[in-house]
Design a protein around this ligand. Structure first.
Ligand code: UTP
Length: 295
């Protein structure tokens, strides 16, 4: 199996999360007991990424800090007999991550291109995992890789089905079903086209690009010349539209209970509640809170 690196863009402005994200970036806000971005790093490592590169900048030193050892804290926890906590601190500080800088948030496409030096032309591809999107089951990247290998190392992106009235918030694909079915989540589509944040009446489907990509190395070359698009930002979607002129591209489906966007306060809250409901220790507290709410 060829090397596959993982790029985690985490240098965005996080304006939809203000004022919570004023001093602590949204990627570092907790989902249950750890920051969102730790789930993302662990997911990349679970998919055997050969290197995990976080795109960051000087305004967010807390990310590098989280992934650095904190020996004094570990020692003081051990001294107090808090071995499990000490182990969780040691674990976060020992996850193997590298960093690339995006000095100014010029868009997702620009962020990915900031890691261009990590991707070689003859790599099988590279993963992109948005730093504020979680897939805690850690199975999606493996499924994407299997589809990529079945189609000659083609690019594969994850899509989620969203209500038609919400499509204008997302990148949306126009696609032809190749195998499987949407009902049981096994669908594989060949992508015919895609459009960033379409008006509802222009949207080719309700399949929204979700925040996990397995991309051919050619995308890095195309990003080098991608002009600013929607919102004045350099969009990854625009480079993928160019890629479609050169290569085939496929999409697979993320289940509604499999992937979670944490980019807004409402989505983050929902994610915390769903994951708390699945957690042995926290589900009781969640149930007690729900009981209080319903009186
Ligand atoms: P978002 O689309 O959520 O953008 O980025 P944002 O700028 O962080 O947030 P808002 O829209 O202002 O609220 C998705 C992921 O891509 C990263 C973000 O950090 C986030 O993890 N990103 C986005 C970058 O790394 N650089 C960019 O220029 C834009």
């Amino acid at each position: 199996m060829k090397d596959m690196k993982a790029i985690i863009p985490a240098a965005g402005k996080g304006t939809r999360f203000l004022p919570a994200s004023k001093a602590v970036c949204k990627e570092m806000l907790p989902v249950l007991d750890k920051p969102a971005i730790q789930y993302v790093v662990e997911e990349a490592l679970a998919a055997q990424a050969s290197e995990v590169v976080i795109i960051c900048n000087d305004d967010k030193p807390e990310i590098a800090q989280h992934f650095s050892p904190q020996v004094d804290l570990e020692r003081s926890l051990e001294d107090k007999g808090k071995h499990e906590l000490a182990q969780s601190v040691r674990h976060a500080g020992s996850l193997p991550v590298s960093f690339a800088e995006q000095p100014v948030a010029l868009g997702l496409g620009h962020a990915v291109h900031c890691a261009a030096e990590f991707v070689n032309k003859d790599d099988a591809g590279f993963y992109v995992l948005l730093g504020d999107v979680l897939v805690p089951g850690n199975e999606l990247l493996k499924r994407m890789r299997a589809v990529s290998e079945a189609y000659n190392n083609a690019s594969v992106i994850a899509v989620i089905s969203v209500p038609m009235e919400e499509v204008s918030r997302f990148g949306v694909i126009d696609a032809e079903l190749m195998s499987g079915s949407q009902q049981d989540g096994t669908a594989v589509w060949r992508i015919r086209g895609m459009v960033e944040k379409p008006a509802q009446e222009d949207a080719p489907s309700n399949l929204a690009i979700f925040g996990r990509y397995l991309l051919a190395p050619a995308v890095m070359r195309l990003l080098g010349t991608t002009a600013p698009g929607a919102g004045g930002e350099i969009q990854l979607t625009d480079a993928l539209i160019e890629l479609l002129k050169e290569e085939e591209m496929y999409a697979i489906q993320v289940g509604a209970d499999e992937g979670f966007d944490c980019g807004t306060i409402a989505d983050w809250l929902t994610t915390n509640m769903i994951l708390a409901a699945r957690d042995e220790e926290l589900s009781e507290a969640l149930q007690a809170a729900c009981d209080k709410i319903s009186g």
